[in-house]
Structures are given as C-alpha cells and as structure tokens.
Design a protein around this ligand. Structure first.
Ligand code: COA
Length: 255
C-alpha cells in the first residue's frame, strides 16, 4: 500500500507501523489517522501479519498529539465527530485480534499518549515523555484518553495528569503501570520483537480471546460521553484561544 504519512514494514510476520512526520513531531492529522486505519485493516485481514508494532519516526517523538493546526480549521460544530473518528480508529487497534504493542520512542502527548494506550501494552525509551496536555489548549482528551488513562493509572493520577497537563518521564510512566518496560532507544524495537516472539509462539486463538476478554472490561458509554464533552469544549472561546496561542507560540489567556 502507498502511504504518505506512515511507513509500514513487514518482517518475520511482524508489521512495524511508523508514524512518519518527524518535522511535526509525528502529529496526527487526518491523513495519518486514515492511513493508520487502512494499515490496521490490512493487519486484520493479511494472514502474513501476525503482530503489529506502532512507533514514531525520528528520535524526538512517538506522537506529539493530534495536529493542532487542523483544530483551527475544523468547524466548531464538528468536534464530537472528530473525536468519534479518532476513537473508532483507536478501537480498531485495541480490538485487533493480533497483538499490537507501542514502542514509545519520545514524546507521547495528547493523541500520542492515547494512541499508545490503545495498543495492548507499551514499551518506552528513557527519553519518552507522556502527558495529556489538552487543557493547555482549552480542550480535553478526545481519543479515549479520559477512559484508558484512568483505567491504566487509576483515577487520582489520571485526574492530576489531565487537569495539570504535566508530562511524566518514562520511569514515572513505568512506576504507574502505563508502560511495561523502559529500554534503551537502540534496543527498544528489538526488545518489543523479543516479547512478540514469545506471544507468537502461543496459540493465536487463545491470544485473540485474551484480547477480547480483557477489552470487555471497558464501558462503551464512557467513550461516548468523552466524544460528547469534547464536542462541547471544541465550541468554546477557550479552545480558540488555546489552539491559536500554540500556533502563535505564546501563552494562552483563558476566560
Ligand atoms: N500539532 C501540530 N504541530 C505540532 C504539534 C501538534 N500536536 N506538536 C508539535 N508540532 C510542531 C510544532 O508546531 C513545530 O512546528 P514548526 O517547526 O513548523 O514551528 C514542530 O512540530 C516542532 O515542535 P516544537 O514545539 O518546535 O518542539 P519543542 O521541542 O520546542 O517542543 C513539545 C516539543 C512536544 C513540548 C511541543 O511541540 C508541544 O507542546 N506540542 C504540542 C503538544 C500537545 O499539546 N499535544 C496535544 C494536542 S491535542
């Protein structure tokens, strides 16, 4: 398949999907989302693909969030739809019957943290940073972050991270259970592949059923509520100010 914003590479039945906009810290614009969606369709249907690794191009970022420059051009009334589209693609990752692991090689912020959390589990390099900084933009997480972060780190820490917008280091993320291993940048992919080899030596149907059973724990209503609330905040003056301030490289002044 011909992609322009992601790279795919199939080796030993493991598909490595690399978000590839390093000059924009791999921010998720609509094309990236569409291409991730198409690559995941391929992962579901292609028998030669038995597992997926999701990572980011370059040394600085996994994904630094949804592309903020697109937020200023999307009509205010389309926030909930935008959120729902991202959520659906991330559900496709989460519900993939084949293992999907995130190899977080740098900033995983906003939609980037949400992308990593939609994977079945995560490894990170020591320079990785995690956060949900949407409040800095007058927004809330809209790609499942309010639900998955709460599930992964617990309500108190999730509240703190989403309300302060603060970033945490890879080691902190590990101590919170957000990532399973911190591995040097050079070994990040090889360690991920090593874990996948163990998983791929097990019964594929049993692995698929583990994924299905664990994911059953989530309540769909939480995600619907998140999309609705994202839609509401997307219409606010604060969101206009927050996103414009980011693009103008200044501090926002919220009402
Ligand atoms: N959307 C769109 N563009 C983004 C982006 C995003 N989420 N994150 C980074 N970029 C762009 C920057 O605008 C910049 O583009 P430019 O070179 O054309 O000006 C480029 O990527 C490099 O980013 P820069 O901010 O210069 O790097 P930095 O090292 O100073 O800071 C971050 C790194 C991650 C702290 C900073 O880029 C940032 O805060 N990004 C936004 C994070 C965020 O709010 N994500 C949630 C979005 S919902």
């Amino acid at each position: 398949m011909n992609f322009t914003t992601i790279k795919t590479d199939l080796e030993e039945n493991i598909l490595t999907l690399t978000i590839n906009r390093p000059d924009k810290l791999n921010a998720l614009n609509q094309t990236v989302l569409d291409e991730v969606d198409a690559a995941m369709d391929q992962a579901y249907s292609d028998k030669n693909i038995k597992a997926v690794i999701i990572t980011g191009a370059g040394e600085k970022a996994f994904v630094a969030g949804a592309d903020i420059s697109e937020f200023v051009s999307v009509p205010d009334s389309e926030g909930a739809m935008l959120s729902k589209k991202g959520q659906d693609i991330f559900f496709k990752i989460e519900n993939c019957p084949k293992p999907v692991i995130a190899a977080v090689n740098g900033f995983a912020l906003g939609g980037g943290c949400e992308l990593a959390m939609s994977c079945h589990f995560r490894l990170a390099s020591p320079n990785a940073k995690f956060g949900q900084p949407e409040v800095n933009l007058g927004l809330i997480p809209g790609y499942g972050g309010t639900q998955r972060l709460t599930m992964l780190v617990g309500k108190g820490k999730a509240m703190e991270l989403m309300m302060t917008g603060n970033m945490i280091t890879a080691d902190e993320a590990k101590s919170l259970g957000l990532v399973n291993y911190v591995e040097s940048a050079e070994n990040l992919i090889s360690k991920t592949r090593e874990i996948l080899k163990t998983i791929l030596s097990k019964s594929p149907i049993a692995i698929a059923k583990v994924i299905e059973a664990v994911n059953f724990y989530f309540k769909k209503e939480g995600f619907q509520e998140e999309a609705k609330l994202f839609g509401e905040v997307f219409m606010s003056e604060d969101k206009k100010e927050g996103t414009t301030a980011f693009l103008e490289k200044r501090k926002p002044i919220f009402k």
